[in-house]
Ligand binder design. Structure first.
Ligand code: HEC
Ligand code: HEC
Length: 394
């Protein structure tokens, strides 16, 4: 059964997209995903509205063909600052200064000498100093299989949570409960901190914050400009009648949703043969405790999928922490990354792409995952190889 055959999630406002549009709309959604937007005013009002401040000109620039972005092209700096807003914006429309320039120079050594990585610093701030200089650098994740993750029942995620660690296994994952303005609470599942409850929300946010495009969920044309950035507030907007007096209308959001929801989950390369090294690796994955968080099997309306995630937040230790908390989610808490499709990624792992190999990614695990890391380090070299081989085949 493919993602396209499954009924849509009932709680979402854009649920009936499949019914309303044909499958050809996947191609139109893909074209919108790849479209390079331009700042207003432009000769074609259907394409303008980018910015005033922005981080890329298209979704595809950060998520190439729906895959994971590189550190070079896709790192987004989350902040919470009265002058600079919610994200550092690396680009700006004509006449405006960009906010800052990220610089990958300084070397930072983690808790283990094998683990050094180049920390990205924010430099050349154009609008004066930041008031709150806590920054969280995030890599653009691959988008495959998200339509499936969206359809996992809340109760199945809740069943995995064990906030008080009542089973005493040292692992106490918790759900990120997001309460909206109407007071309704929902389970967050998307983003490195599980802070977005639906793909609809995540996409509206991406249009507004990453591209500076107003849309039905975030109608403002000024995106992430703040009252402290007057030149930005005064910049021309791209609201147009083609888009129901917005920069991008509901149709754009719906078509992007169709495209993202139908990016199929990766098939996996591991063979089913019992004697393959990957099979040995799979057993070691369970034995060392990886599978407690990277849960191999989840059910979506009776269909088993293999995301290798519980979608829960875990304390990953101070080595992976940054200084920015998001809602009540602390700097050291991260959502278990789904590992499906891991073998297809380039060598930039973890939320900011700091790990240049799977081995390094595992060594960075601390906090609740420290015991699993130690179990991994206790394996023989050949066993570690089998485990890595298994991961590469996901
Ligand atoms: C400047 C780079 C950038 C651009 C442009 C961008 N994204 Fe993203 N995207 C990110 C980052 C970084 C994250 C992770 C955010 C977080 O941790 O909260 C993300 C997260 C997502 C997610 C959730 C992924 C997951 O695994 O939970 C979706 C879906 C998504 N983006 C879709 C889009 C779409 C559609 C567009 C275009 C409208 C877009 N993005 C534009 C960088 C970008
Ligand atoms: C306590 C829960 C937990 C356990 C146990 C755990 N992980 Fe993770 N894993 C996470 C979280 C959370 C992240 C995301 C951390 C980040 O990006 O900062 C992650 C990230 C990863 C990544 C990087 C994925 C990516 O998208 O870049 C790999 C690879 C990985 N884990 C493998 C393993 C292996 C192998 C084991 C067992 C030796 C293991 N993990 C044990 C929670 C866990």
């Amino acid at each position: 059964m493919t993602a396209a055959c499954l009924p849509s999630l009932a709680a979402d406002s854009a649920t009936d997209t499949h019914a309303r549009f044909g499958s050809l709309d996947f191609a139109t959604g893909k074209a919108l995903f790849k479209k390079n937007w331009v700042p207003a005013p432009a000769s074609t009002s259907a394409s303008d509205g980018l910015g005033p401040l922005y981080n890329a000109r298209s979704c595809n620039q950060c998520h190439p063909d729906g895959g994971r972005g590189s550190r070079e092209a896709s790192l987004v700096f989350h902040i919470n600052d009265p002058v600079y807003g919610q994200q550092i914006q690396r680009f700006a429309g004509a006449g405006l200064p960009r906010e800052a320039v990220p610089n990958q120079t300084e070397l930072y050594a983690g808790q283990n000498s094998e683990l050094s990585y180049s920390e990205v610093k924010i430099t050349e701030l154009s609008y004066g100093p930041m008031v709150n200089d806590a920054v969280s650098a995030r890599l653009a994740p691959a988008l495959f299989g998200l339509g499936m993750l969206e359809r996992i029942a809340d109760k199945d995620i809740l069943a995995l949570a064990d906030e008080a660690d009542s089973n005493d296994d040292g692992i106490s994952g918790r759900v990120n409960i997001i309460v909206n303005e109407q007071g309704d609470s929902r389970i967050g599942r998307f983003g490195w901190k599980a802070s977005q409850v639906s793909l609809h929300n995540q996409l509206g946010r991406a249009l507004s914050l990453d591209l500076g495009l107003g849309n039905p969920l975030f109608p403002s044309a000024i995106g992430d400009c703040t009252p402290a950035q007057q030149v930005c507030l005064d910049a021309p907007n791209g609201n147009s009648l083609h888009h129901d007096d917005l920069e991008t209308n509901q149709l754009v959001l719906d078509l992007l949703l169709i495209y993202v929801r139908e990016l199929a989950q990766p098939a996996g390369l591991n063979s089913a043969s019992d004697s393959s090294p990957a099979e040995a690796g799979k057993n070691l994955f369970e034995k060392t405790g990886c599978a407690t968080c990277h849960v191999p099997n989840m059910s979506v309306e009776g269909v088993t999928i293999h995301p290798y995630s519980d979608l829960l937040l875990h304390d990953m230790g101070m080595g992976l922490a940054d200084a920015l908390s998001e809602g009540d989610v602390a700097g050291h808490e991260w959502r278990t990354s789904p590992l499906w499709g891991l073998g297809k990624l380039d060598s930039e792992f973890l939320h900011d792409g700091r790990a240049s190999s799977l081995h390094q990614a595992i060594l960075w695990h601390g906090g609740e995952a420290a015991a699993a890391r130690e179990n991994y380090l206790g394996l023989q070299a050949s066993e570690r190889n089998d485990l890595i081989l298994f991961l590469n085949g996901l």
